[in-house]
Ligand binder design. Sequence first.
Ligand code: ARG
Length: 456
Amino acid sequence: MQKLWGGRFSKQTDTITEDFTASVQFDYRLASYDIQGSIAHTRMLKKCGILTESEESLIVEGLNSIHQDILANNFLFDPKLEDVHMNIEYALIRKIGEVGKKLHTARSRNDQITLDMRLYLLWELKEIITLIRSFQSAILLIAEKNIEAIMPGHTHLQHAEPVLFSHHIMAYFWMFERDMQRFADCLKRINILPLGACALAGTSLPIDREYTASLLDFPGITENSIDTVSDRDYILEFSSVASICMMHLSRLSEEIILWSTHEYRWVDIDESFCTGSSIMPQKKNPDMCELTRGKTGRVYGNLFSLFTIMKSLPLAYNRDMQEDKEPLFDTVDTLKQCLGIYDRLISSLKINTERMRLSLSNDFSWATEMANYLVQKGIPFRDAHHIVGKIVAANRDIMEFTLEELKEFSELFENNIFEVTKPEYGINQKNSAGGTSCKQVKEQIEQARKLVTVHN
Ligand code: ARG
């Protein structure tokens, strides 16, 4: 087969070279974007007088019909033709003849590939943002449904202070809200037309990049052709944001795994999201959460592959950059899959509010509240901390103390101290903005609701 770039070569390409350089086995996924870009490019060439009207319509028709073939699974991508761009261009020439050879005027694969990647990411980003929104709605629902459930809040994985479960789970809402904003922000830098940078220096032909941009709905064009073909920041940026998002999913996974253990039994994961053991008949394993936690590793790995590929690359385009595709595609696929799973997993998660509440019995998570009680009676906080520390050191359930016994620690204790040490009391006292009182959590849910509905 005569290569589309074969003019200066007199020897056949070795198959080892063909195998090693081919990318079509993974970049075929860009086919629709490649065709979309080529159609816009063709229309621009016609507008600028570089193609005639009949040439334009022949090329556009040819590209559309190739697109149909691809969508109908009726197109054979050939690794001998290296990549998705060459496969489509070759098919076009076969389909419409000589005029097909005009498509690649004022264009290089160097600006073409980054156009395809940008179009691909713009599409996927919109999907990811929708997935996050839907998952956030599931978090909101489970928070609302269990608004008053009480659990021990932890620091250092030790009981710290009682909190509302709704407050705890809403922490994730805000984590994913930040992810959503980061994705929306990186979308702005992706949404710029690179086409027209050509190989690296622009072109001597009279093209109109602004027109191509308008056809493809890009709000602007890149400023520097050299930067345009060598820039993969937007892929790194996307992968960084995706890694942060996976980290959030992984932390949630870890908590759900922990909460579903026999020791906790705070949550019950729906059976449809669990698997059994081939040897232990009783097992119901939280594999979806474990795999999400595990897959976070590969998404970080992809990010580091990308960083390493780009490090030290001289300007402008280098073939190394072909290696950006598999890590990026894998990150997109993994993230979308995990977000979709979590939406459904959270929606069907059962909360055992009694077990959660029970975890607070016999613990000392009332200690800060007791110190605040003494502070309100005029004792400096450090002294109050010390007094309560002594009571904790006695290692007894607070309800077993008599008032007289407590008075030995401080004269200021009165009978209402027993009420003060109840988790419900402590929680509702924490009425500072963003705190765990029911009033504050309801307020937070209301704010969150607005964000989710504004977007939809
Ligand atoms: N397959 C290539 C890539 O993914 C497309 C650009 C190739 N450019 C070139 N000059 N060989 O980066």
